[in-house]
Design a protein around this ligand. Structure first.
Ligand SMILES: NC(=O)c1ccc[n+]([C@@H]2O[C@H](COP(=O)([O-])OP(=O)(O)OC[C@H]3O[C@@H](n4cnc5c(N)ncnc54)[C@H](OP(=O)(O)O)[C@@H]3O)[C@@H](O)[C@H]2O)c1
Length: 333
């Protein structure tokens, strides 16, 4: 007897923040695997700010989700049926499984994970795309050196919190910008950040003057907008600005607000560079191994915020934009 598959299809292109009626939530019979295909029971889905961008029409680093298509999501799950020689029921896999109960298709792009080595949600946070983003964007684009001041926005989030911890391992003075006293306290007390700026409670520029007396050598930007502009006024000679994301702009109904203070790059002969994690896919294995070592040694901590229920997908996704998530936002199917 075939299982039923609940799934979210993209019904229309959202304007501003996503709404439930941007999706069709339906239940259909799960598709049996065809030749060379596998069927995966999805267990945890990664909710990412980038999902908002994937819903927009237009050119990006990846094609948009088509209208009527299952909403794209990374996830981890268990193989339940297989017509592929490399996969058997009971194997666990990670990859683009979609916002649904069951993925059926070719396993290209999926990779096997071992649930005995780490809890499954961790393969979506520090050991997954999030951790790989922090690792490569900081080390390759940010190029931190011991003694540098590294400022991170979205610092208590999934990517930001790992970036700060790696920067600490590299001997940097690490300052996090985050929203709210609880997140700021966590960065200092639990993760060992040297300084914090609560952008919801204080002026960011005043905070930067207090926490970065020697200026800013690396700015890891997850939020864009006014915070990017404020940090630009404090950068040092040859500073590196990593454009990892701009979550403050993703729900804009008007054009994205670019940095007004970009001439600080000229004055300081500084560099601003965009980053896309998938460019580093071939190197994930080595980086994940190093990350696993740091996790095992307690040098890096990973925090997951797990919300239960596939059916809550649109509302749970919104937590990323209100800052209600605390750690890597994961949906337990
Ligand atoms: N380029 C790549 O390859 C790549 C890959 C993965 C992720 N990213 C980017 O990395 C960034 C972080 O992603 P994540 O998955 O780690 O999410 P996250 O940081 O765990 O969650 C998003 C956080 O953004 C903050 N935020 C939301 N709206 C904001 C605003 N208007 N101003 C300032 N902060 C705001 C909130 O924290 P507060 O409570 O502190 O406000 C929220 O918790 C995103 O921009 C994402 O697009 C890029």
């Amino acid at each position: 007897m075939s299982q039923s598959n609940r799934r979210f299809l993209l019904a229309k292109r959202p304007v501003g923040a996503v709404r439930r009626d941007d999706f069709t939530f339906e239940t259909v019979p799960a598709q049996a695997p065809g030749a060379g295909q596998i069927q995966v029971r999805n267990l945890y889905l990664s909710l990412d700010p980038a999902m908002r961008g994937w819903m927009n029409e237009g050119k990006s680093y990846i094609p948009p989700v088509a209208l009527g298509e299952v909403m794209r999501a990374l996830g981890v799950g268990e193989v339940v049926a297989s017509n592929h020689p490399d996969y058997k029921p009971g194997d666990h896999v990670s990859g683009a499984l979609g916002v649904q109960d069951y993925f059926t298709g070719q396993p290209q792009g999926l990779y096997k994970i071992d649930p005995r080595l780490a809890p499954l949600p961790r393969y979506l946070s520090a050991l997954g795309m999030t951790g790989m983003t922090a690792y490569f964007a900081l080390l390759e684009v940010g190029q931190p050196k011991a003694g540098d001041t590294v400022v991170i926005s979205g610092a208590a989030g999934a990517v930001g919190s790992i970036v700060g911890q790696i920067a600490k391992l590299k001997g940097c003075h690490v300052v996090g910008i985050a929203g709210g006293a609880q997140k700021c306290q966590y960065l200092k007390d639990e993760l060992g950040f040297d300084g914090v700026i609560d952008y919801k409670a204080e002026d960011v520029l005043a905070g930067l003057k207090r926490e970065c007396p020697k200026g800013v050598d690396v700015y890891f930007d997850n939020v864009g907008g006014e915070i990017l502009d404020a940090v630009l006024t404090r950068i040092n000679f040859k500073a590196r600005i990593v454009i990892c994301g701009a979550i403050s702009q993703y729900n804009n109904k008007q054009a994205v607000k670019g940095p007004a203070n970009y001439l600080a790059l000229l004055v300081n002969r500084a560099r601003m560079e965009g980053f896309v994690v998938t460019d580093h896919a071939k190197e994930y294995g080595k980086a994940a191994q190093e990350m696993a070592g740091w996790l095992a040694a307690g040098k890096v901590k990973s925090k997951e915020d797990v919300v239960e229920g596939l059916e809550t997908f649109p509302e749970t996704l919104l937590k990323l934009f209100s800052g209600e998530n605390f750690g890597k936002l994961v949906l337990k199917v």
